[in-house]
Design a binder for this molecule. Structure first.
Ligand code: FES
Ligand SMILES: [Fe+2]
Length: 448
């Protein structure tokens, strides 16, 4: 059983906490790049792992991610003037460049000398895969960016969003690590193909887009759970195996990558793939950076329109990236729809997940859970998280950040004879026991 101490260890990510230190060893998405659309555009508030920061794009286009407060009298730099290669505090005009160095102190006579010794916290940032990423760990341990496929494809092949979730990061992650819930939370009652289409693809779907294998998800609500660790403590492959027709099995295979990325299990070859990276805002809320990509072709305008208006893992959102169906309006649950059409009565896969996650409480008490066999993925991943956090406390850094190429894996579904074990399913479906993409994209990395 999970102890109170373990619950705190897992869920607390502020400065100086064990899990917070672990998160700080990884590159984390922090904004959609278009939130800073052009040089000298307005700065943006950022809150990540409980730290308040400000992001700005300077005159040269370089992004700075700095302390939210001016070191002079702690005025908020969000209100600063973004001008000529730096952010200038409104209160007395002190100015800072993207590296955090103070470059002007016009309000005192010895400002020219003084400024050399003034610097504010600034984290390294990189633009990658349409997001701005930051690294908040020790400088001499800065790893390379993880080579996730969505970020390596041409921008025309991907669609990205982010959404705010009003619960602790670990709850969001554990929701994903649970292959069984799809047979309940996300299903239509009528088991009608058209309803699947509406749920998965939005209003504009056509029936020929639907994977007929989704039927097995509704027919077998008791999948067996199979877990296979990824090398170098990168995370794990978590698969749900359901009965298909005859002597075949239907597999839905999740890749969960440290510290908080999941690649979704539903895609067949040739379809769009989906993934999510969860980043704590603080211990009571998280950003879920969500991406859809197609390795083989650009996404069409219609697909972008559908995804942008809310479909698959992307909810319909307001301009603050809060889903329109949210905690304050009970996710617009429709009890009539719940009786007659869908299990949840809530529209949208992302919204259904959010409703359940947030219904557990902001940080739920894991000492009161009753875990069963279907929770195997959650149990194993908790062990990996806690071991990594504890080891880091003893001075042993996590292995995963030093293996960026290990992130180049794919997830998806597969149909096999029911005697085939997961390791062989992976080889059959992805050509590699861990779903690794080999040297695919190495050329584009080289040219980056
Ligand atoms: S508080 Fe920022 S310049 Fe004085
Ligand atoms: Fe879900």
């Amino acid at each position: 059983m999970f102890s109170l101490e373990e619950n705190q260890l897992l869920t607390q990510t502020g400065q100086g906490t064990a899990m917070g230190n672990l998160f700080r060893r990884f590159w984390l998405p922090v904004l959609i790049a278009t939130e800073l659309p052009e040089p000298d555009c307005p700065p943006v508030r950022v809150r990540i792992l409980g730290e308040d920061l400000v992001a700005f794009r300077d005159t040269a286009g370089t992004v700075g991610l700095v302390d939210a407060h001016c070191p002079h009298r702690r005025a908020g730099l969000f209100f600063g003037r973004n001008e000529e290669h730096g952010l200038r505090c409104l209160f007395h005009g002190w100015k800072f460049d993207a590296t955090g160095q103070c470059v002007d102190i016009p309000s005192v006579s010895n400002g020219e000398t003084l400024k050399k010794n003034v610097r504010i916290t600034a984290y390294p940032v990189q633009e990658y895969g349409g997001y701005i990423w930051c690294y908040m760990g020790p400088k001499d341990e800065q790893p390379e960016l993880p080579r996730m496929e969505f970020a390596l494809v041409d921008p025309s092949h991907r669609f990205i969003t982010k959404r705010r979730q009003l619960a602790n990061w670990a709850q969001v992650a554990e929701g994903i690590l649970d292959p069984t819930h799809f047979s309940y939370l996300h299903i239509p009652i009528s088991r009608d193909k058209d309803q699947w289409g509406k749920m998965m693809y939005g209003a504009n779907f056509s029936t020929d887009k639907i994977d007929p294998r989704m039927r097995w998800v509704t027919e077998d609500g008791c999948p067996s759970i199979h877990v296979q660790p990824l090398p170098n403590d990168l995370g794990m492959t978590v698969a749900g195996k359901r009965s298909a027709d005859g002597d075949e099995s239907y597999w839905r295979i999740i890749q969960f990558l440290m510290p908080s990325t999941s690649l979704a299990p539903g895609s067949s070859k040739g379809e769009n793939y989906h993934g999510q990276t969860i980043v704590p805002i603080d211990d009571g809320s998280a950003w879920v950076y969500s991406y859809t990509w197609n390795p083989e072709r650009p996404l069409s305008d219609q697909e972008r329109k559908n995804l942008g208006s809310g479909s698959a893992i992307h909810p319909a959102m307001d301009d603050q990236f809060l889903p329109k169906r949210n905690r304050d309006n009970d996710y617009l649950i429709d009890r009539e729809m719940q009786k007659t059409e869908t299990y949840s009565g809530i529209v949208g896969i992302g919204e259904q997940d959010a409703a359940i996650c947030e219904s557990q409480g902001i940080i739920f008490d894991r000492t009161k859970e009753l875990l069963v066999a279907s929770d195997l993925g959650i149990v194993r991943m908790r062990k990996l998280w806690l071991e990594a956090a504890r080891q880091l406390t003893q001075g042993i850094p996590p292995k995963a950040p030093a293996h960026p190429d290990g992130y180049k894996v794919r997830s998806g579904n597969a149909v096999t004879h029911n005697s085939v074990p997961l390791a062989e399913v992976m080889i059959e479906r992805f050509g590699h026991v861990h779903g690794h993409l080999g040297d695919l994209y190495d050329e584009s990395l080289h040219n980056r």
